[in-house]
Design a protein around this ligand. Structure first.
Ligand SMILES: [Zn+2]
Ligand SMILES: [Zn+2]
Length: 236
């Protein structure tokens, strides 16, 4: 907890003695450590966490990480020289310019001395439900999106990158040439008539305002706190 790193049980007390002399160790510290190891079934080897998953609590987050961009590869490190060596040994046949081989990101590692193995994490999923929609989007969908930068269109006839990615132009293709279909689509998106003419959806207007009022009340008490938390978490 002092330096944000993990140590194998046999190395922990030595590390604390050398690096954190301010921590006082009693004569029974070895025994206490053994109790903890037994109680929590602590092992010296840990599997590398999910690629780009939430950060492991307690481990230092390094913002100067480099993450390999080769298909299906989850290699990460912190030095461009090490990344170059990784490409030479693991992806010798992929011809990609040097600056497209890795992207920068946040990485962590368990054991900082022997066999340092960095793994990419995503601090923005730290406090969210791992089964939730946002985590699914970040972990499962986002990696399938072509890597940036997408080039902006050169002419007005070229598709903008976002449209090209969403494929809405293909989805709406038949509407462009079919007047009736287009009108039906527009009608479906119109604001409902007022409550006298449409007793069900006519209430929508009031619902929306009620919702906005509630949101405003929540915002007065909770949003400043949320923003403050973000400022503290992401000071840069
Ligand atoms: Zn330490
Ligand atoms: Zn790689």
């Amino acid at each position: 907890m002092f330096c944000g790193s993990a140590w194998a049980p046999f190395a922990l007390l030595g590390h604390c003695k050398n690096e954190h002399p301010e921590i006082k160790q009693g004569p029974d510290s070895q025994m206490k450590l053994e109790q903890v190891i037994k109680e929590y079934q602590i092992v010296s080897e840990v599997p590398v966490p999910t690629f780009h998953g939430p950060p492991v609590e307690g481990l230092k987050e390094h913002n100067d990480g480099l993450i390999c961009l080769a298909d299906g590869c989850s290699y990460a490190c912190r030095k461009s020289k090490v990344m170059a060596e990784h490409w030479t040994s693991c992806h010798p046949n992929i011809l990609i310019p040097k600056d497209k081989r890795a992207r920068s990101g946040v990485v962590q590692c368990f054991f900082p001395v022997i066999g340092t193995k960095y793994f990419a994490v995503n601090p923005s999923v730290a406090d969210i439900d791992p089964q939730g929609l946002y985590a699914t989007f970040i972990n499962d969908y986002l990696p399938s999106v072509p890597p940036l930068p997408m080039l902006p269109p050169n002419t007005h006839r070229e598709l903008p990158p976002l449209l090209a990615h969403t494929g809405w132009n293909l989805h709406l293709d038949s509407f462009v040439t079919d007047d009736t279909k287009r009108k039906a689509l527009l009608t479906s998106a119109l604001r409902p008539l007022d409550v006298k003419k449409d007793p069900l959806y006519g209430q929508l207007h009031d619902w929306v305002f009620e919702y906005m009022d509630n949101i405003r009340n929540i915002a007065q008490f909770q949003v400043p706190y949320t923003i403050l938390r973000y400022i503290l978490e992401y000071p840069s």
